[in-house]
Design a protein. Structure first.
Length: 149
């Protein structure tokens, strides 16, 4: 999988027919980080946040033990990269994505990062924008589809 900071039509025009180009680009988004702590969890839910190999991860578990939401962030000095943010379908529209997206930046800020970046999928863009993330550039994904020669 390759990614580029250009519109799908531009990326597709530069690649050959052996490539599939996602017609709906994501967006590279940024936000300044602050030390604001995340809010409380809903009653009965548990959250675990830990670091391994320089990557901080957080996971929210529902009372029945199912995954509600998760995500990770990798501070790289003054910048931190947010990745793999996911809210399980049964738990969407209940604030779990927001909680994850407040926990991760708080953790990275405590490690010295000042700005977070992430690739927002079309599905996640509205949530990220509502939390103050600013779109900086389109991000188009492409996948090489030809059989090995």
């Amino acid at each position: 999988m390759a990614e580029g900071f250009a519109d799908p039509a531009v990326v597709g025009g530069r690649l050959g027919t052996d490539w599939w180009v996602d017609p709906e680009p994501g967006r590279l988004m940024t936000i300044p980080l602050t030390g604001t702590a995340p809010g409380p969890l809903p009653v009965g839910h548990r959250q675990r946040t830990w670091s391994a190999g320089g990557v901080a991860r957080t996971m929210i578990v529902a009372p029945d033990g199912s995954l509600a939401a998760r995500g990770q962030i990798a501070p790289t000095g003054a910048t931190a990269v947010v990745d793999l943010v996911e809210t399980a379908p049964a738990h969407r529209r209940r604030g779990f994505g927001t909680l994850v997206l407040h926990t991760l930046p708080h953790t990275a800020h405590a490690q010295g990062a000042h700005t977070a970046i992430l690739n927002a999928t079309p599905e996640g863009r509205a949530l990220y924008a509502s939390l103050g993330r600013r779109a900086q550039a389109p991000e188009t994904s492409a996948r090489f589809t030809a059989a090995a020669r």
